[in-house]
Design a protein around this ligand. Structure first.
Ligand SMILES: CSC[C@@H](O)[C@@H](O)C(=O)COP(=O)(O)O
Length: 351
């Protein structure tokens, strides 16, 4: 298996990830061949973003499977371990469920290598294609001269392709539309200020970073024409989980009558989740809120302060103007009519 994307690469069976906790100032590639290494990279967000987490996990499992003597039983155990690394993004769950289901059904005397490799290639290929499709659908909505607000990082650092919300922005720019992006810095881990800014800068797309709490004021000044965000899990009623702060933006956009779109691949829809109440929300280390961690750690809050640190929030579907998926653009009416129920990433999913 050989591939190379912006933040993950595999050459001659050697898998590496670009440590996103050190970006944009240091570009350090880390070994990710071992399941324990990959588990740690995912957990501490060295590799992150809903689609990329699934890609990273399955690529690591393909490396395991290519080793002499690896059994289906061992691979199932490894898959379930990686599945437990982060709870909210459903892409990792879809991949893990598909792989364990296929491994359980496989002939115990056969070598599981080809099966795992095929699932890995399938997941990666589909994610890249879905990125392309959704970015084209989304770009068709963008008008020349728009100021777009985005949150977190939804680009090539979060997927193996052009990205989700950031893919739409890239595609609109590629089409020659004159756009400008306001980037929410995205506390506590600053995926916007560090990672989205890094991607936009390297592509020459004009952008301005704002603190998360500035968005409402900019909207009141009519400086924002549209909001584009990604998602980690979409319920079939259109409620969705995304990086903490997304819900506040949706409420603000609704109040100021600004179009608010969610951009995601079909692999982010959870057919087993009928509403946002059922989405598990990851809670993270208080240290992330007490200060900043990374290459230059600083703690500014008093040691021992109480902290609540949910990594995601849930936005109710009625606040969304439309959901842009690789399969098309879904407005509120079509979601209410059940259009998300019909989507399935894998043909043979089993829990
Ligand atoms: C591909 S983008 C969708 C989301 O994965 C993105 O917006 C996001 O919330 C990522 O969270 P992270 O905690 O950085 O993995």
């Amino acid at each position: 298996m050989n591939f190379e994307y912006l933040s993950i690469r595999c050459r001659h069976g050697h898998l590496e990830i670009l440590d996103q906790t050190l970006l944009p100032h240091e570009e350090v590639w880390l070994n990710a061949n071992e399941v324990s290494e990959m588990f740690d990279h995912i957990k501490r967000l060295a590799v992150r973003g809903a689609p990329l987490i699934a890609v990273a996990a399955v690529a690591c499992l393909a490396v395991q499977a290519s080793r002499e003597g690896t059994t289906a039983e061992k691979l199932i155990k490894d898959t379930l371990h990686l599945k437990s690394s982060r709870p909210t993004a459903v892409n990792l769950m879809h991949m893990s469920d598909e792989l364990t289901s296929q491994l359980r059904q496989s002939d115990p005397s056969s070598n599981p290598r080809d099966l795992v490799l095929k699932v890995a290639e399938d997941v990666i290929k589909k994610e890249v294609q879905m990125n392309q499709s959704m970015s084209r659908h989304g770009a068709s909505l963008i008008q020349n001269g728009e100021n777009i607000l985005t949150h977190c990082n939804t680009g090539s650092l979060a997927t193996p392709g052009v990205g989700t919300a950031l893919g739409v922005i890239r595609e609109a720019h590629r089409q020659g539309k004159n756009i400008h992006v306001y980037v929410d810095e995205t506390r506590p881990l600053l995926q916007g200020g560090r990672l989205t800014a890094y991607e936009l800068k390297s592509e020459g797309i004009p952008f301005t970073i704002i603190c998360d709490n500035m968005a409402g004021f900019l909207m009141s000044q009519k400086k924002i024409d549209r909001v584009l965000v990604g998602s980690d899990r979409i319920a079939t009623n259109g409620d969705f989980a995304n990086k903490i702060g997304t819900y506040s933006l949706a409420v603000l956009a609704d109040y100021h009558k600004i179009p608010f779109h969610l951009v995601a691949p079909a692999s982010t829809v959870d057919p087993d989740c009928s509403s946002g109440n059922e989405i598990p929300i990851e809670e993270r280390n208080p240290a992330e809120v007490l200060g900043v961690s990374g290459s230059q750690s600083v703690q500014w809050a008093p040691t021992g302060s109480n902290v609540y640190n949910p990594a995601f929030d849930v936005t109710p579907g009625h606040l969304v103007t439309s959901i842009i998926l690789d399969t098309g653009i879904y407005d509120r009416q079509s979601i209410q009519n059940g259009s998300l129920h019909k989507l399935k990433f894998f043909d043979s999913e089993e829990k």
